[in-house]
Write a protein that binds this ligand. Structure first.
Ligand code: CTP
Length: 242
């Protein structure tokens, strides 16, 4: 399976256009299908920047980001988004119905697929409660839904594209702990064969990750499982205790 969703970052160094110093330095890791790689670190450590490089929101100066063995600099964004779904930290909803917002990027999904995705994303109930259901209107920027509802709609939107790679940028932070746990349990089944890279604030969101990367000032300072990092990483221990 050559297009399975293998993600490789090789010695990636990245600076924003016009910036003097890099926000990411020498980032190397691999995420394979069936694996969850979590990224944790203090605010401004570079977590969102790291995710943004796979779908080529920015191009890197040094190193290489590979998707299924091919450098993403040789792939166009449309090609990448067929395989990679990014749920951004501040997900964007546009003026239109819930259905339009969900189908964004994938018009051929059936209504059943929309409801299935909403169910997994723990958004089925609040959409059903709306008078017009899938035809309920969303205001520009999603101002008439809560932050947690916005996150759930954007997770459902990602699920509908059936990607090989999911990038979740702090996508669970606006959810209460119980909803977060239910959503992740449902996601785990759905994404079992996919590659999942997840930026998290809450330790509980990532304790079962196959690999956790501890990012500090743009560098991976430690890596391992939750148990390993509790033993070996003072930076991780600080995050756990904070
Ligand atoms: N940055 C920038 N231009 C952008 C986005 C980010 O210059 N378009 C800078 C930020 O000011 C920050 C650094 O890049 O100094 C890393 O930002 P980010 O990747 O967003 O860090 P996170 O670890 O994701 O921070 P947070 O947890 O607060 O989201």
């Amino acid at each position: 399976a050559t297009l399975a969703g293998v993600v490789e970052y090789r010695n990636v160094t990245f600076a924003y256009p016009g910036a003097e110093s890099p926000v990411l330095s020498n980032i190397t890791f691999t995420a394979r299908p069936g694996e969850t790689v979590a990224i944790i670190g203090s605010t401004g450590a570079g977590k969102s920047s790291l995710l943004s490089l796979l779908p080529r929101l920015y191009d890197i100066a040094e190193g290489e980001v590979r998707l299924d063995g091919v450098s993403v600099s040789n792939l166009d964004r449309a090609e990448i988004t067929k395989r990679v779904a990014l749920v951004p930290q501040r997900p964007y909803l546009f003026s239109g119905t819930i259905e339009h917002n969900l189908r964004f990027g994938k018009t051929e999904a059936t209504d059943q697929e929309l409801w299935d995705a909403l169910q997994i994303a723990q958004g089925g109930d609040f959409v059903r409660e709306k008078k017009n259901g899938l035809n309920a209107r969303i205001a520009q920027g999603g101002t008439n839904v809560s932050g947690g509802q916005r996150q759930r709609l954007c997770i459902a939107r990602a699920l509908i594209t059936k990607p090989k790679v999911y990038l979740f940028d702090d996508s669970f932070s606006a959810l209460d702990v119980a909803t977060d746990a239910r959503l992740r349990a449902a996601l785990k089944q759905t994404t079992a064969d996919a590659t999942v890279i997840i930026v998290a604030q809450r330790i509980s969101t990532i304790t079962d990750a196959d690999q956790i990367l501890v990012l500090d000032k743009g560098r991976i300072v430690d890596r391992g499982t939750h148990e390993e990092l509790l033993e070996t990483s003072p930076t991780y221990q600080e995050i756990v205790e904070s």
